[in-house]
Write a protein that binds this ligand. Structure first.
Ligand SMILES: *[C@@H]1O[C@H](CO)[C@@H](O)[C@H](O)[C@H]1NC(C)=O
Ligand SMILES: *[C@@H]1O[C@H](CO)[C@@H](O)[C@H](O)[C@H]1NC(C)=O
Ligand SMILES: *[C@@H]1O[C@H](CO)[C@@H](O)[C@H](O)[C@H]1NC(C)=O
Length: 371
């Protein structure tokens, strides 16, 4: 009788353990790890843990995020890594590396090292003070790999990193928060645009991508810079009648051309399509040129901000906030709304070679799952 009861009690526990083992293994097998590097377009909350003014941890940021709470994402809702993560089958958003929740088995699905305000150059975003520059994001990644090895062993850790998808979004701040930040910035006295400065930026970006390769990355989605001359922050200060600022647009396009050539050369040199470039400029330009085709009422006025085009200053609880974020292409003076990002992500996954070079992410994922 007593024995029987013990059996009855322990059996379900054994079952639960077996089921949870199976579930855990399925979850791990269903998706590859995801790593994210770069700036505010992809920061999911690292800056919450840093002494910096570049932060999105108070309302109205996150107003449309599950739970309607700010998380450190520079969006009204989810951000670009969240959407890519969902489409590659991750069950949870990739955690910021600095989050205390990122421990144990959670390390196996990846981490986000991005930090708002940073650029390719170390002097980009100095006004934001304590942010994680690229060399710091990489040293945290090395620390991460050590911790991952502690969980699963060095060989398995290398496999997880090699088979992961990596996203890097960088470069916008080198223009808007460095070269074009003030009329006579140090970089603008040193270099001409577009030629000299873009050439310098891309030579430095090359080192960053090679470092990523040396750290084990084998599939890296690189987003070029967007149409920086059209963001409400630039319209507010430099545009007379709402036209995109030509000098900045030219610089962004020239940078993207050099970036594309540089990654092609790297892929040739490495003998493999490690670097996949998303034409973020053209993807965003479609939304900006014909907002009505995408159901937006405007692509010039930010949802959250103040002054001309709602593009002056920061988005805070005291700003003008639009009631329906889905009608705006821009959330704040610098960043797209979640709805705009959903169109971008469609192009990243399913776009033609005009958008994705050498091929789109769906094709990459199909190829990688067949090996
Ligand atoms: C940024 O600083 C780090 C550390 O001092 C250095 O290793 C790296 O080369 C610098 N990057 C650039 C682009 O100057
Ligand atoms: C890409 O296209 C496939 C097939 O039409 C679809 O199932 C998928 O949702 C699309 N992906 C994105 C991100 O739009
Ligand atoms: C991109 O993705 C879709 C699959 O969703 C595919 O049908 C299409 O041919 C791809 N386009 C290019 C140019 O690779």
């Amino acid at each position: 009788m007593t024995n029987m009861r013990v059996v009855l009690i322990t059996l379900p526990m054994v079952f639960v353990t077996i089921i949870s083992l199976v579930v855990t293994m399925r979850v791990q097998a269903a998706s590859r790890a995801f790593f994210v590097f770069g700036d505010s377009l992809v920061d999911s909350g690292n800056n919450n843990y840093l002494l910096t003014t570049a932060r999105a941890d108070s309302p109205p940021y996150g107003i449309d995020y599950p739970g309607h709470r700010p998380t450190g994402r520079f969006s009204n809702g989810v951000n670009l890594p969240d959407l890519i993560g969902q489409h590659i089958g991750l069950s949870e958003p990739t955690l910021p590396y600095l989050s205390p929740q990122l421990t144990g088995q959670r390390l196996l699905v990846g981490a986000n090292f991005a930090s708002a305000g940073i650029g390719i150059l170390n002097d980009t975003g100095i006004q934001f003070v304590g942010i994680l520059r690229m060399f710091q994001q990489f040293s945290l990644f090395e620390q991460y790999k050590q911790r991952l090895s502690g969980e699963v062993g060095a060989e398995e850790a290398n496999r997880i990193v090699n088979e992961a998808l990596v996203l890097i979004t960088l470069g916008g701040n080198d223009f808007v928060n460095n070269y074009f930040l003030t009329p006579f910035s140090a970089r603008s006295r040193q270099f001409t645009v577009p030629q000299q400065y873009c050439t310098y930026l891309v030579s430095q970006y090359r080192n960053i991508l090679m470092r990523l390769f040396d750290l084990g990355a084998r599939r890296v989605l690189v987003t070029g810079v967007g149409p920086l001359g059209c963001i409400p922050a630039q319209l507010a200060t430099r545009s007379i009648n709402g036209e995109c600022v030509n000098e900045i647009q030219q610089a962004a396009q020239f940078f993207n051309q050099l970036l594309l050539q540089m990654t092609k050369d790297l892929n040739t040199q490495l003998g493999c399509d490690v670097f996949i470039v998303a034409n973020a400029y053209q993807m965003n330009m479609n939304l900006i040129t014909n907002p009505q085709n995408f159901g937006f009422v405007t692509s010039k006025v930010a949802c959250c901000g103040q002054g001309r085009f709602n593009g002056v200053g920061l988005c805070t609880a005291l700003s003008n906030i639009c009631p329906n974020r889905d009608l705006y292409a821009f959330w704040d003076p610098f960043h797209p709304t979640e709805r705009a990002l959903r169109f971008i992500v469609q192009d990243i996954f399913n776009g033609t070679s005009d958008f994705m070079s050498p091929m789109n992410l769906s094709t990459i994922i199909a190829m990688d799952s067949n090996v």
